[in-house]
Write a protein that binds this ligand. Structure first.
Ligand code: ZN
Length: 545
């Protein structure tokens, strides 16, 4: 090959653009995949690249090729970018339970709120995808043309290049021949992914049989009541509340004036568990382990609601979530289900105070033994939608919290999210305190009453990293509040470490239920309580800080 050969210099351009395209593709693949997967995806991408170096004759074919190669390459780019976003934000793959479960369980309103919250991070990745799109378009347009060949030139490429192309094509053929390998191709993977969302939704669609089995299991456990007479128990499960943001837990902003006032009034009747932890960082698994006594699904665990019903309680499920999976797996086990958020015609449907009327109605019910489960939105993202418009006293704060965030190098938008999060917690305080007050005021004074409040999981809002949202990878994702009130004095539980997946043992105690499988060592109210640290995806230096 002579350097002065005009054919070679014309093809030089094609070689460079193809190499550039391959490099960009490989980088995008490596963004979203790891290890061997990168090589597998790269081989799946090969055939179109080989077409690019094939000298084509007609302009029509050239244009077709440009479009096809670009679309093909963009499939790999978008796949890599979406995966990189999920990895970066949630340390999760799209086919993992966290992403699949959340995506299958979301509705248009929630999706809109999610985008409103995450658009900044998404915009960065989208900008990268757009840059790749432009670059790849240019590369794809510069494929080899037969017109570049000089008349009489015998070959466009040296032998070694032809051999390399053949080897790559052969390897790609093998890649396509293998089904598990082929399935990684973005054009097959994502349609399959959508299919699994639909399958998952179908599984949730009718859980009647599973609920019937849960009720049978609860009856088979033959639960009995250790306390005669009427009983009113309220269980408040909230969403995305990090205890570090509650003044009740020592936070620098006055986010819980009403709960603090309740605490001052109630003394030892109200126990604020300082060291409370969830073992899951997202709603679906957190609710599952909380209500199923922390047992894995495979062990056919008891369900708290079924147990309460089998023991003679009338059970209410009053929820501000519009959530199919939770309604089907948990809510519908109750005697009365009230999905407040789904009621048409409510203007501020997402505010938690909307369900106070329903709770009051349940408490007024003449049934002697009642369990009222209240599922709040809490401070679930988007934070700005979790308090009434304009009700943010922290908007222009230059307080210690703001200074601390500045010193930790938190960005302006994370600090803004923190202000909105704290305003959501402040509004949440009115709702939670009101629910406690309603439990306190219900029935004749001597009626046994109990109330428990906890969050499904925590939330990262610039605590341990410069981001806001659900957070499986920082302790903030697991730091939850847990408060217990009974209209009787209690031993001091404040310092006891507590895990939310054991909460059902404690609630069963509040319900005064006894049954053969009861394990008092997991019940924080019992003297025989034995703390075991949960295994979390993130290192927690101490569960009692
Ligand atoms: Zn949640």
């Amino acid at each position: 090959m002579h350097p002065t050969n005009p054919t070679a210099s014309l093809f030089c351009m094609t070689r460079w653009t193809t190499a550039l395209l391959a490099t960009v593709l490989l980088a995008c693949i490596a963004l979203g995949h790891e290890g061997r997967r990168v090589a597998q995806l790269a081989l799946l991408a090969v055939p179109m690249l080989v077409w690019l170096v094939w000298p084509v004759r007609s302009a029509g074919v050239h244009h077709l090729r440009t479009a096809m190669v670009w679309l093909w390459a963009m499939a790999f780019v978008l796949d890599g970018v979406v995966r990189a976003y999920l990895l970066h934000t949630y340390q999760a793959a799209p086919e993992g339970a966290l992403v699949l479960g959340s995506a299958a369980n979301t509705n248009p309103r929630e999706s809109a709120e999610y985008f409103a919250m995450q658009w900044r991070e998404m915009a960065v990745w989208a900008a990268l995808a757009v840059a790749c799109a432009v670059l790849l378009g240019w590369c794809a347009h510069h494929g080899a043309r037969a017109a570049m060949l000089l008349p009489g030139a015998r070959r466009a490429y040296p032998r070694w290049a032809m051999a390399l192309a053949c080897v790559l094509l052969l390897a790609a053929t093998l890649a396509y021949a293998s089904k598990p390998w082929r399935r990684l191709h973005p054009l097959l993977f994502w349609p399959n992914w959508v299919q699994s969302l639909q399958t998952l939704r179908g599984q949730w669609g009718d859980q009647q049989q599973a609920r019937d089995r849960a009720l049978q299991r609860a009856q088979a456990a033959t639960p009995t009541l250790t306390q005669a007479g009427p009983a009113i128990v309220v269980l408040v499960i909230t969403d995305s509340i990090n205890r570090d943001n509650l003044a009740l837990y020592g936070y620098g902003r006055p986010t819980t004036p009403r709960l603090l006032a309740q605490q001052a009034q109630l003394g030892s009747q109200m126990q604020v568990l300082r060291n409370a932890w969830s073992v899951d960082a997202s709603t679906l698994p957190a609710m599952r382990s909380m209500l199923n006594f922390g047992q894995p699904e495979s062990e056919d665990p008891l369900h708290l609601l079924a147990l309460a019903r089998a023991a003679g309680y009338k059970v209410w499920w009053i929820s501000n979530h519009d959530d199919m999976a939770i309604e089907q797996k948990h809510g519908r086990l109750a005697d009365v289900v009230d999905m407040v958020n789904r009621t048409p015609g409510r203007a501020s449907a997402s505010l938690d105070s909307e369900l106070l009327d329903c709770v009051q109605e349940a408490l007024n019910d003449p049934t002697p033994r009642k369990l009222v489960v209240v599922h709040l939105m809490g401070a679930h993202p988007h934070y700005r939608l979790r308090f009434p418009e304009g009700a943010n006293p922290f908007e222009d704060s230059t307080d210690g919290v703001e200074t601390g965030l500045l010193q930790a190098g938190r960005s302006a938008w994370v600090r803004q999210f923190r202000r909105e999060y704290d305003a959501a917690v402040l509004y949440h305080d009115t709702v939670v305190s009101e629910l406690l007050q309603m439990a306190r005021d219900t029935g004749p004074p001597q009626t046994y009453r109990a109330w428990m409040y906890l969050s499904d999981h925590g939330q990262e809002v610039g605590h341990a990293s410069d981001r806001a949202g659900h957070s499986p990878s920082t302790p903030s994702g697991y730091r939850i509040p847990a408060v217990i009130w009974r209209n009787q004095p209690s031993a001091d539980l404040a310092a006891q470490p507590f895990r939310a997946d054991w909460a059902a043992w404690t609630v069963a105690d509040l319900l005064n239920i006894q049954w053969a499988g009861n394990q008092s060592r997991r019940n924080v109210l019992q003297p025989g309580y034995q703390w075991q640290a949960p295994v979390l995806p993130v290192h927690i230096p101490s569960f009692a800080d």
